[in-house]
Design a protein around this ligand. Structure first.
Ligand SMILES: C[S@@+](CC[C@H](N)C(=O)[O-])C[C@H]1O[C@@H](n2cnc3c(N)ncnc32)[C@H](O)[C@@H]1O
Length: 331
């Protein structure tokens, strides 16, 4: 239930806003969509590919699933601890799609692992062939992965399954990758070029969709797709499916977020500049101090020479005049 605030508690919505992460990216935001799926389909077994923090895994059992196979090749200690609290959640420390044939056939597959064409195409093709009654929920069908591969584990793909990739990231403000864009910070890289064949998650889904299966695109929070052969389910998703409102809000969100990334990048660059300038100023100040000391020493030396000069001149004046000097003076 949304909290819109009241006359006596006018800040409820703002509180809710600041409690959410600045960049929403998790499928946990789509509980409402999973509720629609569960309402139209008996869901007992779930295969969840790409678990990360595990914040979605519990939702599947809360809604009624009896077993959830949580596939992630790189589980953190906190994920292990989170999954260990619920006996219906089974950690599968392996890589999809290779692991899919080793797991029980599921009623619901949630594909949110490695966001590239080769992986998603292989996952979806396997599910559509082997679990013909299943519902598939896929994440990251829209920007930035729609038409551009992302690689968590590029070394696991054959060279012909990968595009040349970069640690720079995309932005909505121009078409080229940039260090000031949506970068993976060591977790993932992305294809240098967007578009073309065999590139991106949406392209993979379009190519893998088999006859009789439909895709409902929900254009929010990086794009969620529901793939199913169930007409009633597709119909129930109509309010969200291809919503212009959601699409407009998503575009605004990624525009604002990538602007923020750019500003953050520039701020760090300015700070580094300011640091470099402060170091230069400190170095120059040290040089000035050294030069001032040296000039002080030179001045003292000059004073001493002047004094010696005066002493010598005085000694000269006191000395009795020579014969030659006396002759000279007389002339
Ligand atoms: C975007 S996160 C998943 C987020 C999570 N589903 C959520 O909505 O909160 C992607 C996860 O996929 C995992 N991953 C990467 N490659 C994978 C693969 N081939 N199979 C399964 N998981 C993979 C990564 O370790 C990472 O935890």
């Amino acid at each position: 239930m949304n909290d819109y605030g009241t006359r006596t508690d006018p800040h409820a919505q703002a509180r809710a806003a600041r409690q959410a992460p600045l960049l929403l990216h998790s499928l946990s935001c789509f509980r409402e969509i999973f509720e629609v799926v569960y309402a139209h389909h008996p869901i007992s077994t779930v295969v969840e590919v790409g678990v990360e923090s595990g914040q979605v895994s519990g939702i599947y059992t809360e809604l009624g699933a009896r077993a959830v196979y949580c596939v992630d090749p790189a589980p953190t200690d906190s994920l292990r601890a989170a999954l260990a609290e619920n006996p219906a959640l089974h950690l599968v420390e392996d890589r999809s799609p290779d692991v899919l044939p080793n797991l029980p056939i599921a009623d619901l597959y949630v594909l949110d692992g490695d966001h590239n064409y080769a992986t998603v195409h292989a996952e979806l093709a396997w599910v559509l062939t082997n679990a013909r009654d299943a519902v598939v929920v896929l994440h990251d069908l829209l920007w930035p992965c729609s038409r551009r591969d992302q690689y968590y584990l590029p070394s696991r793909l054959a060279p012909e399954e990968r595009h040349p990739s970069s640690s720079e990231g995309p932005t909505v403000w121009h078409d080229e990758l940039t260090r000031a864009g949506f970068v993976g910070l060591g977790a993932f890289t992305c294809a240098q070029e967007a578009g073309g064949e065999r590139n991106g998650v949406l392209t993979a889904v379009e190519d893998a969709l088999a006859e009789g299966w439909q895709l409902a695109m929900i254009p929010a929070i990086f794009g969620v797709g529901v793939v199913s052969r169930d007409e009633a389910l597709m119909d129930a998703l109509r309010p969200y499916r291809d919503s212009r409102l959601l699409y407009t809000m998503e575009n605004n969100r990624i525009a604002l977020y990538t602007r923020l990334l750019q500003l953050q990048f520039e701020m760090v660059a300015h700070a580094e500049n300011a640091d470099a300038m402060a170091e230069t100023i400190a170095r120059q100040r040290r040089d000035l101090d050294r030069l001032a000391t040296e000039s002080e020493d030179l001045r003292a030396e000059a004073d001493e020479l002047r004094r010696q000069n005066e002493r010598l001149r005085a000694m000269l004046d006191e000395r009795p005049a020579t014969l030659a000097e006396r002759v000279l003076r007389r002339q």
